[in-house]
Unconditional design. Structure first.
Length: 145
């Protein structure tokens, strides 16, 4: 991890406001907090996010894992990252309800970073893990069309 990424670049309130500005996160009812080792995302997912009755869709689980890895990088660097590759391991079906997703930085270079994430259900059971590769988005590339 670079020296630049060793302390929080965003305050907790800045991180929360930036995270909440994404409609995707608001749709999930997700909130974020900074933790010593990264970030923690909390969400209460209901039946709207099921693939079959009683089971959350794998895409929702993967999206939360991806978000946790990405936002761990954003929290520490204050910069924008985008996912290049994400490997998800589904360890058990995840039921609707409260989930907690933790994201931590594995490494962070000048342009490429790696992060990992884990999702636990309301019972505290580990349901899925992920490891991803992310690239730093240059400021000039952040402009819309």
């Amino acid at each position: 991890m670079s020296a630049r990424a060793t302390s929080l670049a965003l305050t907790g309130s800045e991180l929360g406001a930036l995270f909440a500005s994404a409609s995707f996160h608001r749709t999930l009812g997700a909130t974020i907090s900074s933790e010593r080792e990264g970030v923690e995302i909390r969400a209460a997912l209901d039946s709207r996010f099921e693939s079959i009755p009683g089971r959350l869709h794998g895409g929702v689980v993967a999206s939360l894992l991806d978000s946790a890895g990405t936002w761990a990088l954003v929290a520490k660097t204050g910069e924008v990252f985008t996912t290049v590759d994400l490997r998800v391991d589904y360890l058990r079906p995840t039921s609707p309800g409260n989930v907690v997703v933790s994201g931590t930085i594995v490494s962070c270079g000048m342009s490429v970073a790696r992060a990992s994430a884990s999702l636990v259900d309301g019972e505290g059971r580990l349901c899925a893990t992920a490891t991803g590769t992310f690239v730093r988005v240059a400021p000039e590339a952040r402009k819309g069309p």
